[in-house]
Structures are given as C-alpha cells and as structure tokens.
Design a protein around this ligand. Structure first.
Ligand code: DGJ
Length: 710
C-alpha cells in the first residue's frame, strides 16, 4: 500500500519502492511536512507532528505554504480577496484517495471560499511523486491569485548541501552547475516567456552523493513559460524548495466558480546517486510523459533525420533541397527536414515570419514536388516553423499589427528582427492552430520542428479583458499546449520537435506533446559533450536530438568522432552533404546503419555515465538494453591535458555478475563480474610524438556486448 493514513497520529505516509514521504495534519488544520528521504522499515517509524507542536508558530514545513498566517517561508499561494484582505488561511478539509497511487488533500478558507486541492501521484518503481495544486473559488467574489506555486518540498536540514542545476546560454545550454547551499535563498527562474537557455527547471540537492551512490533529492517542473524555483535555507530548519509558475509580473483572476490548476512539479529521492536519479527521470519521461500514439504498443524509436539548416541556411529552394534529399537518402536518412527559409518573403532573418505559405520564387509549384521527391526516396518529410513569431516586414504584421505583444507609447524590442505574437489572444491562437492544421492537412508532412527564436521582452496585452492583462504569461503557455494537443490529435502520425533558438524550450511541460527536442545550436563535438552531459542529468537520451555537422570545419574532428558524439542520444545529420566526398558518404552510411542497429538500446535503455566531461574531461556512456540483453558503451576520448596517453580500464555497471557477454567486434566473452569489477581495456592508438592538438587526437569507440547466458 503506497499511501497510508495513520489516523491515530494524523499522519499520511506515501511510500515508493525506496523512498518515503510523510506529512501530518496539525490540530490547527495545517498540513506539515515531516519526512522525505529513505523508506523507513515500518510506517510507524515516520516522524509525526509531535515534533512540530511547540514551534508551529514558525509556520515552516507547510506542504502548501501561503502568504498569510505569519508564514515566513516562500509561498505557493498568495491571494487578494475582494475586500483587500491578503491573508490566506487554508485549513484541512478532508481527503480523497481515488486510487492506490493518488492522494488529494482538501484545504479550505471558509471566510473567503478559497479551496485548494493538493495532488500527489506516486510512481512507485521509480521513486517519483508528481505534485500540483488546484485552486477553486467557491465564493461569490473574484479572487486575485498573485502566487501560484505547484509544491514546496523540504529536505532535512543540518547538513551541508550542494545544489546541482542546469544553467547556460544560447549555444551552451544545460551546463551542469554545482554550488554550495548556504543560509539564504537561491533563485532559479525564467522571465523570458519560455523555459530558457539560462536556467532549466531542474534541481538536485545532495550532501555527499556521487554518480553511483549517495542521497539525492531532485525535481523538475512541467512548465514551458516563466517559472521559478527558490531554494531556501534557514538556520536549523529543513531546506525548502518552492517552485512553480513565476509570480513575477503575473496575476490570475479566479472568477466565482473558477478553477486554476498549476503545472506538475515532479520530485524524487534516491540513495543511488546522480546516475540513479537520471535513470528514474528518464524512465518517467519514456513511460509516463512522452506522447504515445494510440496504436503504439511499445515505445517507438526516433528516426535518423537530416536537417537543412547548416547546409543551406535561408537559401533553400526546390533544387538544392532535392539534391540534399538524394544524398540524405543515399546514406540512410529516414526523415528529411527542410528548415528556415521556405516561406513568405524569407531570404534572411528580416522578413517573412508569419506568412506560412511556400515562397513562390523558391518553390514555384508549392511544396508538393519536393515532398513527393522525398517520399519517393523512402523518407518522411519534415518542415520547420516558428509560428509564435512575426517579422514587421510580413503580410501578417501589416494586417494585424495589434496581434503582437507590446505596450502603447513604448517601442517594441526587436530580436533577430522579429516580434512575438500575443498567443494569449484567442484570435492569435486560432490563427496559429488554423495555419498549422492547414499546412498539415494540405501537405503530406510527417514531422514538424517548432522553433521560438526570441524571448518575450514586452508583456503588454493590448485590448486585454479588463484586469486580465497580467494573465498573458500563463494564458500564452496554456494556448501553446492546447495547439500542440489539438494538432497531435488531428494529425497523430506527425512527429513534433521542440526548439527555441537551440535548447530554450526543454522541460517536462512541452515533453507531454513533443516527441523530441533540439538540444543546442552548438554542434561542436567537444562542446557538445558537456551540453549533452547536463541534458542527460534530467532528460532521456531518447528526446536529445544530436546532429552530425561540420562545425569548426570538416577536418576539425574525425567523421566517426562526430557521429559517435551524436549517437549519445537520437541522431540526426546537419552537415552539408554536397561537400562530402564519396568515401565520406560511404563512411556516413555505415555509421548510420550501425546507429540504427543499436538505437533501441540507446533510446530506451538505461544510461550509466561511466566518465563525464565536467569531471573527467571526456565521455564514456553505457546503455543497458531491455532485460540487460545488449550493452552499448560509447567512448569519446578528448585529448585533455595529461590524459593524452591514458588507456583506462572501463568498469561497466548494472550487469548480471553471473551472466556472460560477448563483445561483438572481437567475439571475446567476458563474465558480468569481470566487466564490472575488472573492466575492459579501451585501446586507443598512442600519440606519443604529439605536441599540438590535431583532429586525430579525438578518438572514439563503440563497444557492443550481447548477453549469451545467465
Ligand atoms: C534556431 C534553431 O535552433 C536552428 O536549428 C535553426 O532552426 C534556426 N533557428 C532557423 O532560424
């Protein structure tokens, strides 16, 4: 029984396979957190509220902290009632336990008719809990919501913790960042109207955990707009992590009878270190989050795609795309994606956004001839769009200048020469949905790459309904999700990729609708390893799109090294294939065929990071396939100083010690015990004479083992 109520102690205990979570109902009606950590031997072992009785005035450890009643911690709920009262008092009002994995705690403020439902959904085998709050206005008056967090988590105080999170910028997204937690607050957030490349909504707190062991408390938020997580340490207290929609510049009007549901804030605890944390998150994403088409029985595999952006930039046309498609088909590509430049009057980034019809000069007969050409070569056809955007130089802007986000009497900030359509407006939502639906209905398109190349900088909503202008930030995201949801239902065979000028829209919110995400515009194989390491902390390799390109010049890295770097997730090619020699095309074809033979293990397997760039300067990833039948080890050896000649033994993880595994390349057989305890030597050609860095110093290997007996 994962959810247990101990009536005598007024204590709820939520247990997953290895973790326990507990909170109690105080006689004053408050819901107070008492435990999050290892699963204890017996439900009676979990601390109850007797611990807090003498100090409840501190009002810390509230499961749903409010602005009110003297609460001094960060709040999930701040409201203003019709008479100006801003003191929220939410008291326990019962519970619902609709199924064994779900608990709903009801709270109510009888003086003002505000109801809060605290939702808990347990994922027992992967030690995760989804939390969110539904607010209901049961009064006859409007309630203004000024803070609408999803959950507050608490981890035991009196230890020295480190916060690991993902920060960065354009072309350097998801950088693994670790910093000490000291008294005070650390705020991670986005105010850009998108998830953002600067910070990603993910946290992990640990005192002494490593990759393979140690306690880690972690979480991630399912929201693709402005978000905030506050990590708050106060002397002697538990550490509070409060998070959800960013209240900055936001206010929601809750009409009488109205409800508001916050996004999900997922939390987990493991003693298996950062590795187990990632494996739990990856499994949650694959099994419970990512969209599945009705007919799919097993999780589908991401196809190898080609994308035209780096090859032809804005200068796409029917002839050059057909030529690229021919080459792509030759090397085994499965989806051909035409990127930016195909529509409106688009020759550069100064015009055309908003005019989603094929440019008649570049595609005189429309998209059909190209799409047919691609299909005839056995590939799916994909198209790039950036539907939330408009260039001032576009037909759309000339007709609907009032559709963009703007404040009257103030200049509109251009970024990449574009403005943002106010997706909070129903007519804009209708336009975007209608346009995309039309594009997908008129053309045989199997793949959409949805981009968003600039942040929201002016939040002005002209002609907003009275008093609702600050709802823009939230309505924008709700409408975005509604559009993706409708498109997926109407066009169930289409695969969707989320992109925002690289990896600016990667989160558990968009992953309910996006099959995959564009990780970063930086495709340099060396830089990319760090970006991919950070990404893999929170997100499954299955959604991590990696392209092979010619960044830094075709000769900067061996071709195989570029391919092997891309193989760490879902692979694509972005290079200009028309500059490839015949030998290179042959090699590319072989590498793609090889990737196809192992992708199931990479995309659906369990990831063990054996070496990672932020600590070792290079990468070894192990992927353990279904039932441990196949093991793939990808080794990327960067020429890091002092390690140039290292020939390490790599010890694998997660194998059956008694089973035997055959190395495909040599037919050598190893026991699981040997592979895990002794390891396998990774032999690279030695480079003793080397003084200067050369491409050949980037060396890579992929080892594939098959389990042959138990
Ligand atoms: C940014 C994306 O990250 C690129 O891959 C490409 O699609 C460009 N936008 C096109 O404008």
């Amino acid at each position: 029984m994962p959810i247990i109520y101990d009536a005598q102690r007024n204590l709820w205990v939520l247990e997953t396979q290895h973790s326990g979570y507990a909170f109690g109902i105080h006689s004053g009606g408050h819901i107070k957190h008492t435990w999050w950590g290892e699963r204890l031997e017996d439900p009676s072992d979990y601390p109850d509220l007797s611990r807090y009785c003498d100090r409840v005035w501190w009002d810390w450890n509230d499961e749903a902290p409010v602005r009110g009643e003297g609460n001094m911690a960060e709040a999930c709920i701040k409201a203003c009632f019709h008479d100006g009262v801003r003191d929220v008092v939410l008291k326990y009002d019962g519970f619902e336990n609709p199924n064994p994995d779900t608990l709903i705690i009801r709270l109510f403020d009888p003086a003002y008719g505000l109801k809060a439902l605290l939702h808990y959904r347990l994922f027992e085998p992967i030690d995760l809990i989804e939390r969110w709050i539904t607010l209901v206005n049961e009064s006859d008056h409007v309630i203004l919501l000024e803070e609408i967090g999803s959950a507050a988590w608490y981890i035991p105080g009196n230890d020295r913790y480190f916060l690991t999170h993902l920060s960065g910028m354009w072309a350097h997204e998801t950088r693994r960042t670790t910093q000490p937690v000291a008294d005070g607050k650390i705020v991670l957030e986005s105010r850009l109207g998108q998830t953002s490349a600067f910070h990603n909504p993910f946290f992990a707190l640990s005192a002494d955990a490593g990759e393979n062991s140690g306690a880690v408390w972690y979480g991630a938020l399912g929201w693709s707009g402005n978000w905030r997580m506050t990590i708050f340490q106060q002397l002697y207290e538990n550490i509070q992590i409060c998070g959800g929609i960013n209240p900055w510049d936001t206010r929601i009007t809750l009409e009488p009878g109205g409800t508001f549901q916050t996004p999900v804030f997922l939390g987990g605890f493991t003693t298996g270190g950062f590795g187990q944390m990632s494996r739990n998150l990856h499994r949650y994403e694959r099994e419970h989050l990512l969209p599945k088409n009705a007919e799919e029985k097993t999780p589908s595999l991401r196809k190898v795609l080609y994308n035209s952006w780096e090859a032809t930039n804005f200068s796409v046309n029917e002839a050059n795309q057909k030529r690229l498609a021919d080459l792509a088909a030759e090397i085994g590509i499965e989806v051909f994606v035409m990127d930016d430049g195909w529509f409106g009057n688009r020759d550069n980034d100064q015009a055309g956004l908003g005019d989603w019809y094929a440019n008649p000069r570049k595609f005189p007969y429309g998209l059909k001839p190209l799409i047919d050409h691609v299909h005839r070569r056995g590939m799916d056809f994909g198209l790039w769009v950036e539907p939330e955007m408009v260039n001032p130089d576009s037909d759309l802007f000339r007709v609907h200048p009032d559709w963009v986000l703007q404040f009257p009497n103030r200049p509109m900030t251009l970024r990449r020469n574009q403005l943002i359509l106010n997706l909070a407006k129903p007519e804009v939502k209708g336009f975007i949905l209608g346009t995309l639906d039309w594009l997908l209905s008129e053309n045989a398109i199997e793949f959409i790459k949805w981009d968003m190349n600039r942040p929201i900088l002016e939040s002005g909503w002209t002609q907003a309904p009275e008093g609702k202008d600050r709802e823009m930030w939230v309505r924008y995201v709700h409408h975005l999700y509604e559009i993706w949801d409708t498109l997926r239902r109407k066009h169930p065979k289409v695969t969707f990729e989320s992109c925002a000028g690289g990896g600016g829209r990667v989160d558990l919110g968009i992953l309910r609708w996006a099959d995959q995400v564009w990780t970063s515009d930086n495709t340099d194989p060396f830089d990319r390893q760090s970006i991919q390491e950070g990404f893999s902390l929170a997100y499954t390799p299955k959604v991590m799109m990696n392209w092979v390109t010619d960044w830094g010049g075709k000769s900067a890295y061996p071709l195989s090294f570029r391919f092997h770097t891309a193989m760490l997730g879902s692979m694509g090619i972005g290079a200009d294939l028309s500059h490839y020699t015949n030998d290179e095309l042959v090699e590319a074809r072989a590498l793609i065929a090889f990737y196809k033979s192992i992708r199931k293990v990479i995309q659906n397997g369990q990831l063990y990071r054996l070496r990672w760039p932020s600590e070792h300067g290079w990468t070894v990833n192990e992927y353990l396939g279904e039932e441990g039948k196949t093991v793939v080890v990808i080794v990327l050896k960067n020429p890091v100083p002092l390690r140039l000649f290292e020939i390490p033994m790599i010890r694998l993880k997660g194998l059956d010690a008694r089973a035997h595994y055959r190395l495909r390349s040599t037919d050598q057989v190893f026991s699981g015990s040997v592979l895990q305890q002794v390891g396998v030597p990774i032999l690279f050609e030695r480079k003793f004479e080397v003084k200067l860095l050369e491409p050949t110093h980037f060396q890579s290997q992929v080892l594939v083992f098959d389990r042959i007996s138990s």
